[in-house]
Design a protein around this ligand. Structure first.
Ligand SMILES: [Zn+2]
Length: 205
């Protein structure tokens, strides 16, 4: 048994030859601006709603803590709920990302990610903090499951993925607020899906 933030956890270890199986086909995945991730097959997955709400509540608790005098009783009291909520958010996030990564590996045998690049996102944006934490964990989980299943994970240079048209290759800069990719060739896509298609092409041709 282990104790974390005042909660007891029973840890079982089971010996099992657990092997993941992978699917067929390849996919490109982009860190979404609109969604948590978008894939080159046109699907977008939102960050779970609870994650956004939990992050908001967490920020409120952090501000409360900041207002308490250092060394005061109030400060000590404010710390416990903050730690408990952090642990809960982390558990929920891991659970969600385990499911997401398993779903990806079971569908594809080649999975490409645009490497983490958050420079486009404003500092302090809620989306940034949610994504920041989730993205690297997702890549890590997919790598682990893919290795077990014999699937391939490729990381590609994300530069310009949000500007190129997946249909005709034309380069057209987009403002952050533009949620859609619209090209003169007639190609209209969710901007994250368009970027995921470019990631896919860079990885698998
Ligand atoms: Zn085009």
């Amino acid at each position: 048994m282990t104790r974390q933030q005042g909660k007891w956890y029973v840890v079982f270890s089971v010996e099992a030859a657990f092997v993941e199986t992978c699917g067929t086909g390849t996919v490109g995945i982009d860190l979404g601006l609109n969604s948590l991730v978008a894939n080159s097959d046109g699907e977008t997955i939102s960050a779970p709603r609870y994650a956004r709400q939990a992050h908001k509540a967490q920020r409120r608790r952090q501000r409360q803590l900041a207002r308490c005098k250092i060394g005061s009783k109030r400060r000590l009291k404010a710390k416990a709920p903050l730690a408990a909520a952090s642990a809960k958010i982390a558990r929920q996030r891991r659970d969600h990302l385990h499911k997401l990564s398993r779903a990806l590996v079971s569908r594809y045998h080649g999975i490409a990610f645009g490497e983490l690049n958050l420079t486009g996102l404003k500092k302090g944006m809620l989306a940034r903090s949610v994504h920041d934490a989730a993205w690297s964990t997702l890549v890590q989980f997919v790598r682990f499951k893919a290795a077990s299943a014999g699937a391939e994970v490729v990381l590609v240079d994300p530069r310009g993925t949000s500007q190129a048209c997946p249909s005709c290759g034309a380069i057209g800069p987009k403002a952050l607020k533009e949620r859609q990719h619209r090209c003169t060739c007639g190609c209209v896509l969710d901007r994250d899906v368009a970027a995921a298609k470019i990631v896919h092409r860079r990885a698998f041709g």
